[in-house]
Design a protein around this ligand. Sequence first.
Ligand code: OAD
Length: 248
Amino acid sequence: MSRLLEARRALAESRSTAVFSGAGLSAESGIATFRGNDGHALWSKFNPLELASVAGFDENPARVIEWYNWRRTELAKARPNAAHTALAKHPGLVQITQNVDGLLERAGCPAAAVLHLHGTIGADRCNAACGHEEAVDLAQPPPLRACPRCGAHLRPAVVWFGEALPPAVWNEAQRIAARLECLIVVGTSATVYPAAGLIEDAVAAGSTVISINTEPSASFAAEHIELVGAASVLLPQLVDGLALATSL
Ligand code: OAD
């Protein structure tokens, strides 16, 4: 039996399935990934400590906002790809994502079914944590500005290195991962913790892990089902025509 058929059979038998995604899910929408050797990966060109940490923001907030606004305008031009669309055909499937781009929702996934572990690039929030948050127009994002409530700087509503994940979202993701029969892992290097720990949580709970990635993983356990190729091609082949849902 091919690996794809084996994976579809596992999904057909699963009473609770969820998806854990990373930047590779959006790569074919033209959104750069963070790691990789294709010459476009963000962290091969930019310094994450300058652009994705509280210390980097405190040192030069305008530089950070300028970089996020460049990413926002790129995102405004992007469209969901066939991988997002394939997932959106299963509205009962919980999407646990590291992506901040909102493309799953734009493809039609119900907002309530998407758990954003790393926040959203589509909003700014108060850097002093006064609680103010506001949506940002991706096509015309505003420059560095003050929080209208407390006067501190506003910053992107994403999670930076060294910051905790949003507790309610993280708790829900962990609760779900510990009860799955199948976890579909798409387009992530699974190197950033604690998010990547969800794969281990699911395995510990006895879940089958099905991975889709353009690169084979040296560390992927032999008992997992690894599908090597582009998400836009493999994900529709994997999930189309199946009845998939996450049992909450
Ligand atoms: P990475 O950039 O680390 O990994 C992307 C993965 O997608 C790699 O394993 C690629 O091989 C794979 N890939 C690329 N194109 C693909 C395609 N078309 N189809 C399938 N797979 C493909 O991205 P993440 O794992 O999401 O954090 O990175 C995790 C976190 O690190 C991000 O959320 C971000 C970053 O720093 C924060 O911003 C907090």
